[in-house]
Design a protein around this ligand. Structure first.
Ligand SMILES: [Zn+2]
Length: 188
């Protein structure tokens, strides 16, 4: 995101949107979500991001999720739990403010408010309803939200981060409930 320098010159007291350095709360509308990539996988113990257990990753011989922090791997250190991993939401979401459209990133705690379930629950739902993620995107489009945005702590991160979210519409219901109703009506 490039700061709008021309705007700076005409209005020097106003700071570019991209340079929020402390949390800012705004009202906005959901334009779209990137429904192709809603989650990431973490260690269920320490919640650190796991490498993808699929082939062609850093650990091509590992069929289990590998947590280098907890020493769970295939060499005799088995996770006592059936699965050493779980999913957390990480959703890219385009929001329109009164000035512009920006892409922000929403992590698990905020995303659960909109989805109404955990990422694992949504993943399981999507296994039997293959278009659930796209339908979730459509369900959220146009929703008015009050969001608190902050600059990412990680300097490499590109997107402002949604710290908290509050749906503004009376009668808002979480995505998972909308989808359950939708699929129930269709008899699926
Ligand atoms: Zn771990």
């Amino acid at each position: 995101m490039n700061p709008d320098t021309s705007n700076n010159q005409t209005n020097p007291t106003k700071r570019p949107f991209a340079e929020i350095d402390k949390p800012a709360t705004i009202n906005c509308m959901v334009v779209a979500i990137d429904h192709s990539n809603l989650y990431y996988t973490v260690c269920s113990v320490c919640e650190k991001t796991l490498s993808d257990p699929s082939p062609n990753t850093h650990f091509p011989n590992s069929s289990l999720p590998f947590c280098k922090y907890c020493n769970f791997n295939n060499n005799g250190f088995f996770n006592p739990a059936p699965s050493g991993s779980k999913r957390l939401f990480r959703v890219l979401i385009s929001i329109a403010t009164d000035k512009k459209v920006v892409v922000v990133i929403m992590f698990d705690r905020a995303a659960r408010v909109l989805f109404g379930c955990s990422a694992d629950e949504f993943f399981d739902f999507a296994k039997t309803h293959p278009f659930a993620a796209a339908a979730a995107g459509r369900a959220l489009e146009g929703e008015m939200l009050k969001v608190t945005l902050s600059q990412p702590k990680n300097g490499n991160a590109r997107h402002l981060r949604v710290v908290s979210v509050l749906p503004l519409r009376t009668g808002f219901q979480p995505v998972i409930e909308t989808l359950r109703e939708l699929y129930r009506a269709k008899g699926e």
